[in-house]
Design a protein around this ligand. Structure first.
Ligand SMILES: [Cu+2]
Length: 126
């Protein structure tokens, strides 16, 4: 009878996940103080910041301020084809949200409002 070969894949995956799971426990409430972190403002159906810089390789919080009554969000994609999303923010109207942007490798990315695809900008991580 043939022996079943040991499968190392799932074990390696489990070890990888365990290595990433540090830092939980509900600390650091990620308050976006106005003026300190990057901010994206939507007003008059446009992003007021069409070029946004973020630190590369680091989770960062961005304050998204929607001054319109119309719903907007910020969705980040690898490029303007918008085929691969890296982050999709909650859609909000006339309010402010704090988005936790995942760590981005150095480079330039595309963002848009998912409700109004003509609202676009670029994010540079460096
Ligand atoms: Cu919009």
């Amino acid at each position: 009878m043939k022996r079943i070969r040991m499968i190392l894949g799932p074990l390696a995956l489990a070890v990888g996940l365990a290595a990433c799971s540090g830092g939980s426990g509900g600390s650091s409430p990620a308050v976006a103080s106005p003026g300190s972190g990057p901010q994206i403002v939507a007003k008059d159906m446009k992003f007021q910041q069409t070029k946004v810089e973020l630190p590369a390789n680091k989770v960062d919080s961005v304050a998204f301020v929607n001054q319109d009554g119309a719903p907007h969000n910020v969705a980040i994609f690898t490029d303007s084809s918008a085929s691969k999303s890296l982050f999709v923010g909650d859609v909000i109207s006339n309010s402010t949200a704090t988005y936790q942007i995942p760590a981005l490798a150095p480079g330039t990315y595309f963002f848009r409002c998912d409700v109004h695809h003509e609202m676009t900008g670029s994010i540079t991580a460096k």
